[in-house]
Design a protein around this ligand. Structure first.
Ligand code: 5GP
Length: 111
């Protein structure tokens, strides 16, 4: 695993962890754009959403279940935004699949 998230998954870099099991880790974004800004990261090294294979879909589903759980825990279940940036053109900087869970303030309409 070569990315900064690989290092976090291996415990080589600290993070503000909010969830972990054998397959998924979630932690606070180091540069939050809202009062709640969490990153949900499958431990399997998948580059981005476009690289997800059919066999990975149960893992993606589990990520979404973690999103629901964290939305409840962080008291944003009434409204939040879930984002994944796929590829440089999509604004991706860390090339290890992750989902941004953003909330805690009123989010502007996209576009
Ligand atoms: P991307 O642009 O790839 O979708 O998002 C990467 C996110 O990872 C950014 O929001 C950035 O702030 C966050 N990030 C980058 N490095 C670290 C780090 O070392 N620790 C944490 N917690 N977040 C990071």
């Amino acid at each position: 695993m070569t990315t900064v998230f690989g290092k976090i998954i291996r415990g080589e870099l600290p993070c503000d962890k909010v969830f972990e099991n054998d397959r998924i880790i979630a932690f606070k974004d180091i540069h939050p754009v809202a009062p709640v800004h969490l990153l949900i990261v499958p431990k399997k090294e998948i580059v981005n959403l476009q690289a997800v294979k059919t066999e990975d879909f149960p893992l993606i589903t589990e990520c979404l279940q973690v999103v629901q759980q964290l939305a409840e825990e962080f008291d944003i279940a009434e409204g939040y935004r879930l984002v994944t940036n796929s590829g440089s053109e999509g604004g991706q900087e860390v090339f290890h699949l992750h989902f941004h869970l953003i909330g805690g303030r009123r989010l502007r309409h996209l576009g």
